[in-house]
Design a protein. Structure first.
Length: 139
């Protein structure tokens, strides 16, 4: 069900932004899905297509969906070092725990440079509409 809620929010945002920009038809949306976003990508895309059909058929009829995975990047608040989630060297149990609840990353991960647990998730969490392409009058 999580995928359907995310898809509903994406479609609502696409409709709102498209109307704001004066688009009469959306031809393509590009979505970035964070590496730490726990969801089934196939169900999410199915939900996007099904919700688009009932929301605003004339605007979204020919919409193509492109999805990209966004790597998870951490940034140390102490020394400014950045590193990828794939570079953490975690075991399978810790890896799964962080995918399930990214907030627990601070328990398992330290900055590779200064060993501080004080870092932020700079990228790779959530769902982001990268861009919307369409046909219309524009503004």
């Amino acid at each position: 069900m999580h995928e359907w809620s995310l898809a509903e929010a994406v479609i609502a945002t696409v409709i709102a932004e498209s109307k704001k920009e004066g688009l009469e038809e959306v031809t393509k949306i590009k979505i970035k899905i964070g590496e730490l976003q726990q969801m089934d990508s196939e169900i999410f895309e199915f939900a996007l297509n099904e919700i688009a059909k009932v929301q605003d058929a004339s605007l979204l009829t020919n919409m193509k969906i492109e999805k990209d995975r966004e790597r998870a990047i951490f940034k140390c608040r102490v020394c400014g070092n950045e590193w990828a989630f794939s570079e953490t060297g975690l075991g399978e149990g810790e890896y799964e725990a962080i995918h399930f609840a990214p907030e627990v990353a601070h328990v398992y991960i330290r900055c590779p440079s200064c060993k501080s647990p004080d870092f932020e998730m700079a990228r790779g969490r959530g769902v982001l509409i990268d861009h919307i392409k369409g046909i219309g009058t524009g503004k």
